[in-house]
Design a protein around this ligand. Structure first.
Ligand SMILES: [Zn+2]
Ligand SMILES: [Zn+2]
Length: 254
């Protein structure tokens, strides 16, 4: 029994919402024991979402939710709010993929790390995450420590020291943290966030959901058995899902 709340049907715009294509995702999810799936597109592809098709794709043993993964960029708060208000969303995920104009997680821009002070990069990234949390625009925070994607580690403070103040801000919000398995298939070879951060989250009583960040049906639920085992071993017993932007718990089961 799994929850996969991070599934991109149009990927980076190359695919389309067609019944046959969407069914490949849903079939794969059910074959892999997914009980609740969150279809989520990057906000720049929101025009491609076929809300009616999602609505018509109901299945008896699968909760289907529709979401949006929004790039958080400071100064964009008002337009993000308008976008959210106009769409029939079950949930909204906020993610940081850019530091200024630098798409640090994109393979073509990985070399950007070479020219920069890594401690500064981590600080800059977490300033943005802190603003994302305090904006109170989102239900879920996506891949919390994505900045480690290529394996660069900070020297002066460790990741937990960077994240800890933010976890306290999250505690003051109703936000859910996504445990994202995509890092397991990236050079860093760790889930986002790492176990040490998840342990701290558990101590603070912060709720979680999980996602594969699939950009193809083959990737649905990939790595989520690992995520489930990690969450279970730390003490988590439930995972959060959403309907109409209201959260509800599902049991975590191995
Ligand atoms: Zn993302
Ligand atoms: Zn994503």
């Amino acid at each position: 029994m799994l929850v996969d709340y991070h599934v991109h049907v149009v990927a980076h715009g190359e695919y389309h919402y067609r019944e046959e294509w969407l069914n490949q995702y849903l079939d794969r999810a059910q074959q892999r024991g997914v009980q609740a799936i969150g279809l989520i597109e990057h906000d720049q592809f929101r025009e491609k979402i076929d809300w009616k098709l999602i609505e018509a794709s109901k299945r008896p043993d699968l909760h289907i939710a529709a979401g949006l993964e929004i790039d958080f960029v400071p100064g964009r708060e008002e337009s993000i709010k308008r976008m959210i208000d106009q769409l029939p969303l079950d949930f909204v995920m906020g993610s940081v993929h850019f530091i200024d104009d630098w798409a640090f997680d994109h393979p073509d821009h990985r070399a950007g790390f070479d020219a920069l002070d890594i401690d500064q990069v981590y600080s800059d990234y977490y300033v943005l995450i802190d603003k994302l949390v305090k904006s109170r625009l989102f239900d879920i925070i996506g891949h919390l420590d994505l900045i480690k994607i290529w394996g660069h580690r900070p020297h002066k403070k460790d990741s937990l020291q960077h994240v800890q103040p933010i976890l306290h801000s999250i505690k003051a919000s109703p936000m859910v943290i996504e445990i994202n398995s995509a890092g397991l298939r990236k050079p860093v070879q760790e889930m986002y966030p790492c176990r040490q951060i998840i342990e701290k989250m558990f101590q603070l009583g912060l709720p979680v959901t999980m996602g594969s960040d699939a950009h193809h049906p083959d990737q649905v639920a990939e790595g989520l058995a690992d995520v489930s085992r990690t969450l279970w071993s730390i003490g988590y017993r439930k995972v959060i899902a959403f309907k109409g932007r209201e959260s509800y718990p599902l049991p975590l089961a191995l």
